[in-house]
Structures are given as structure tokens and as C-alpha cells.
Design a binder for this molecule. Structure first.
Ligand code: PLP
Length: 390
């Protein structure tokens, strides 16, 4: 049985008429960049996310870059961020000649360990970027407390977490100073190309985001600050407006799929607890934290499973075995920032990161997209069980 990691076709087919009409409407309007579709999308996003201001941008990466620019982060400023994340989280910091300061991960949520972030604060620290990895909120109480104590800006990287809720019921991205999202097609809410969004509740920051998105001009051709072209296309906004009303049901379906995986793993006897950095038994699978939700009452957030991640000691051999069974998997991410060639001169790269190193060596993403069938999920778990018996 073939199980792809992600299949976007069924979602498209389920909304084909509306999506095709949205595309045609933009073609007929010949209004391609920003404009009425983007305004309407931003309004719907503000309402959906519970944010005062929202601006559509060119990608999730640009959302992060624009945010740091709008906050005036630049040469020599230090920015705390998890060493275990997608490249963009750290890349944008270095592109502004600021200094990424890598932080080890929490072994349960795989997100930034705020206690370890605290140890690395200096007089130059200006901001912290918590990432809500795989669709699960970082510990925002701890992050906000640290930020308040040390007067840091908080830029949330919610690229994998649009509609994820934190324990206080708020959407992640609306808790810090700025929230960033990505509409890359493989995210929970994807458009037909690149796209992103920034949100804030602060009027002054909102103004800076808004003008920096259009080369810093206000009015046009009168440049207050040096910005860039961070605009989103009308076509992407039109697609997002069709899809947004379905996002909650897609995320709910991902959660159902995650629960199915969890129960099949538990039934198979393969499941071991979570939050370990060392395996007691190389033939066991560490499940995502949420399976032990009841035991982990301190992590009561709404995980939207952009990825369903298990940890396996013999990860690479398992991956090969599954590939032979036509089950696609992926490694998010095989190399943490402190081990990346391009960051070898970053001072914090020489520090030790035992949790992130363990994660890079053992995580594996299984297919989790909403349209996956129970039969496919059962097959994946059966094949993993077969691998451990072979
Ligand atoms: C996808 C992603 C980004 C970048 O988004 P793009 O739209 O691909 O530029 C940034 N951070 C994280 C954690 C991501 O997963």
C-alpha cells in the first residue's frame, strides 16, 4: 500500500470549484499584488487568529526577516532561538548581521528550553524567537516571563502552527510582539506558491511592519526606513480565503490521525514514554508528547500536528525499510544549527546541545495529512512493527 508523506490533490479536488473560481476572479480583476483580495484575507486572518493587525507577506521566511527589520534588529544584536528548527529561523538573523544565539531544546516538546535561554542572555540580547515546532506550542509562559524580565522582543515562528492554541486558549503567534506564519503548500494552511503572514497587537510595530513590507515608503516614494519587497500576491490571498474556513476541520483530522497512530503504537507494544534523550530499549518508539496528555498536564496546548514525529534509535534503517514498502517519511531536521557549516563561526555553535543532537539523530516524520485513511495509518504502524521483528 502506497502511503505518501503528503498528498495535496484530495484537498484541491474537495474545493476545486471554489478555488478555480477564486483564481479566475483575480485574473479578471487584473489586480495582482496587495489590493482588495489581500485586504479581505488580512481581515479574515485577524478575526480567525484574534490579532489586531495582520499583513500578508511573500513567505514565512520573509515574515521573520520583515519582523526583525521592523523591530530594528541589526548588526551585533543577539537573538535567542532554538538550535533545532528549520533553517529560516536562524538564517534571517544572520542576514541582518545580527548574531543567532543557539539554545537547546526541551526533550518533551522539542521546543526552545527557556531555562537554557536565560543562561545565554547578555547586554546585547535583543530578541527571542520561540518556534512552535511541528504544530505544538512552545512554553510561552516561560518565554514571556524571560522576555519581560530582560526587555526582549518576542517574535514567534508559527510557520508550522497556524491555529495552534496555547494553554491560555490564544492562538500562538498572538502572544509575543509579532507572530509569523507560512503558507508554503506543505503547511497546515497552504497557498498555491509562497506566502506568509505577520500579526501583532501593537499599533506602532504594526505601522513599521506595514511600511517595511513596501520598501519603507509612506507615502509611496517617500522612504522613512529601508524596507523591502515583502508583498503577497492577490492570487495567494484569494486561495487562502477559500481554504481558511476549513483549517480547523483539517487540523482536527490531523489530531484524529495522530490519536490513531498513538493507539496503534500502544496496542503493538512498541510505544515507550516520551521526553527521553537516551533509549532504554532500541526496539521501542518514543511517541509525541501529546499521547501522554493526561500525564503531561503541564502541556495542555492544542497541537495541530503539522508533523507527526516519532523517535527511533535505528531511525535510518527504519526509513529505508519503510521506503521499500512505499511509505514516505522525512527527517525534520537532520542537522541542528550548531552543526551547520554556514554557522561554524557563530560563537554559540561551539556549545553543547545534547537534546537537539539526540533529536537530530532519532526523529522521523510519518505521514499525517488530513485525508490519510485509518487503513493507511494501521499499515504504517504494522510495517514499523515488522521492521523491529525482522
Ligand atoms: C516553513 C518554515 C519557515 C519558512 O517558511 P517559508 O514560507 O517556507 O519561507 C520558517 N520557520 C519554520 C519553523 C518553518 O517550518
Amino acid at each position: 500500500m502506497k502511503v505518501p508523506l503528503l498528498d495535496l490533490k484530495p484537498q484541491y479536488l474537495s474545493l476545486k470549484k471554489e478555488l478555480d473560481e477564486a483564481l479566475l476572479k483575480v485574473a479578471e480583476s487584473q489586480y495582482f499584488i496587495l489590493g482588495p483580495e489581500v485586504d479581505a484575507m488580512e481581515k479574515e486572518m485577524r478575526e480567525f487568529l484574534g490579532a489586531k493587525f495582520a499583513y500578508g507577506v511573500s513567505s514565512g521566511t520573509d515574515a521573520l526577516l520583515l519582523s526583525l527589520m521592523a523591530l530594528g534588529i541589526g548588526e551585533g544584536d543577539e537573538v535567542l532561538l532554538p538550535t533545532f528548527s528549520f533553517f529560516a529561523t536562524a538564517g534571517v538573523v544572520s542576514r541582518l548581521n545580527a548574531i543567532p544565539v543557539f539554545i537547546d531544546s526541551d526533550p518533551v516538546t522539542f521546543n526552545i528550553d527557556a531555562a537554557k535561554a536565560k543562561e545565554k542572555i547578555t547586554a546585547k540580547t535583543k530578541a527571542i524567537i520561540p518556534v512552535h515546532l511541528y504544530g505544538q506550542s512552545a512554553d510561552m509562559d516561560a518565554v514571556m516571563k524571560l522576555a519581560n524580565e530582560h526587555n526582549l522582543f518576542v517574535v514567534e515562528d508559527g510557520a508550522q502552527a497556524i491555529s495552534t492554541r496555547y494553554s491560555n486558549g490564544r492562538c500562538v503567534g498572538t502572544i509575543g510582539h509579532i507572530g509569523c506564519y507560512s503558507f508554503f503548500p506543505s503547511k497546515n494552511l497552504g497557498c498555491f506558491g509562497d506566502g506568509g503572514l505577520v500579526v501583532t497587537n501593537d499599533e506602532e510595530i504594526a505601522y513599521r511592519l506595514k511600511i517595511t513590507r513596501v520598501h519603507g515608503g509612506d507615502p509611496k516614494y517617500y522612504h522613512k526606513v529601508i524596507g523591502g519587497n515583502f508583498r503577497i500576491d492577490a492570487i495567494q490571498a484569494a486561495i487562502l480565503r477559500v481554504k481558511l474556513p476549513h483549517l480547523n476541520s483539517w487540523s482536527a483530522k490531523r489530531r484524529v490521525n495522530a490519536a490513531l497512530y498513538n493507539s496503534f503504537f500502544v496496542a503493538s507494544g512498541l510505544a515507550e514514554g516520551t521526553g527521553k534523550t537516551e533509549f532504554n530499549n532500541a526496539n521501542k518508539v518514543l511517541l509525541p508528547a501529546a499521547v501522554f496528555e493526561k500525564l503531561q498536564a503541564d502541556i495542555p496546548n492544542y497541537h495541530i500536528y503539522n508533523q507527526y514525529i516519532i523517535r527511533v534509535e535505528k531511525r535510518d534503517a527504519l526509513r529505508e525499510y519503510l521506503a521499500k514498502k512505499e511509505i514516505a517519511t522525512e527527517i525534520y531536521y537532520p542537522v541542528a544549527f550548531h552543526n551547520q557549516e554556514c554557522f561554524k563561526d557563530v560563537p554559540s555553535a561551539k556549545d553543547s546541545y545534547p537534546v537537539s543532537d539526540a533529536l537530530s539523530a532519532t526523529v522521523i516524520a510519518l505521514p499525517i495529512f488530513p485525508e490519510l485513511t485509518e487503513e493507511q495509518i494501521k499499515f504504517v504502524v504494522d510495517m514499523i512493527a515488522e521492521f523491529f521483528m525482522s
